[in-house]
Design a binder for this molecule. Structure first.
Ligand code: ASN
Length: 317
């Protein structure tokens, strides 16, 4: 007698399911709306758009470990871009550039422990922006205004899609609440970010993460940092990070020492800093797919991709 066996789904089946799923086209429309509105806002505010770079001898050392993504070319090592933080600072050495932004692809080969977070992709896009001579208050207000601008645009352009995907139109927010990491941690324990995000109904700011050397230490209160994250509400978690930047040579060296960053790797960047050319800047970057996820209330950020980029998922395209 013949037995019918059902073949186990292959990687190709899973890829095709991901590619052909019902909501994809609508999610992409929303994402396109986010990018279009962002460009419009940046243009109105006078920022200059830079094209992204994917390779450089230096890139963001990041606050957490990832798998090395470097290649050899022309007798040196080139890193795939993890963020364009240093190129933002260096671009602003040009005396005529004041505010810049980049729609920037980032490759971060996350370890397997980030596969199930719903928030991580090993390749994603961030809108990265930076201002000369501005401070954290300016950047935070800028971001709040940008989000209201994007949301108002989407409500106008795609109301039916929003109703279908998120069940309601997008809100307009007043000023976002501001919290400090150490206070939330004391109140909620180590999972403070997740717990507060789950409880929140509007985005909020989280100040003072001890992070990469380039985020400025408070010159008055040593050991605290002039940086900020946006946390999306309803449990969607972190959506932006940024800060005022270290730009003074001695302070950069001190911070590199503290966090264990190689001076050798950054020797040319350090030379620029030593010559006093690095301007005082502040900026941030938000994840495009994460914003799409929040807007569309997607379970996993990977639902904002056409080709899965979930850490360690077997992927063939
Ligand atoms: N874009 C971020 C910033 O401006 C850096 C990052 O993505 N790690 O601070």
């Amino acid at each position: 007698m013949e037995t019918q066996t059902v073949a186990a789904p292959t990687v190709l089946d899973a890829t095709l399911d991901h590619l052909r799923r019902a909501s994809l086209a609508k999610v992409l429309k929303v994402q396109q709306g986010v990018v279009r509105a962002t460009h419009e806002f940046m243009f109105q505010k006078g920022l200059t758009q830079l094209m992204p770079l994917m390779l450089s001898p230096i890139t963001d050392p990041l606050n957490h470990g990832v798998v090395d993504a470097t290649i050899g070319y022309a007798e040196q090592r080139w890193s795939l871009t993890k963020s364009m933080i240093f190129h933002k600072q260096l671009a602003l050495v040009n005396p005529e550039l004041e505010g810049i932004y980049i729609v920037s692809p980032n490759v971060r080969l996350e370890f397997a422990d980030r596969a199930g977070t719903g928030r991580h992709l090993f390749e994603f896009t961030q809108v990265d922006f930076e201002f000369k001579g501005k401070d954290r208050f300016y950047v935070m207000e800028f971001m709040e205004e940008l989000v209201n601008f994007i949301f108002a645009r989407l409500n106008k352009e795609l109301p039916e899609v929003l109703l279908e995907l998120r069940g309601e139109l997008l809100p307009q927010y007043e000023k976002w609440p501001v919290y400090r990491t150490e206070k939330l941690e004391a109140a909620y324990g180590p999972e403070y970010e997740k717990l507060k995000s789950e409880e929140a109904t509007e985005p909020f700011w989280l100040l003072n993460h001890k992070r990469e050397f380039y985020d400025k230490e408070d010159p008055v209160k040593h050991g605290t940092y002039l940086n900020y994250d946006v946390i999306w509400p309803e449990g969607f978690g972190e959506g932006l990070s940024g800060g005022e930047r270290e730009h003074e040579y001695k302070q950069i060296l001190k911070r590199m020492d503290e966090v264990g960053t190689s001076q050798e790797t950054f020797r040319h960047y350090l030379e620029v800093a030593k010559s006093g050319l690095l301007p005082r800047t502040a900026g941030a970057g938000f994840g495009v797919e994460r914003m799409t996820r929040f807007i569309c209330r997607l379970k996993d950020v990977d639902e904002a991709t056409v080709f899965s980029r979930k850490p360690f998922a077997s992927t063939i395209f």
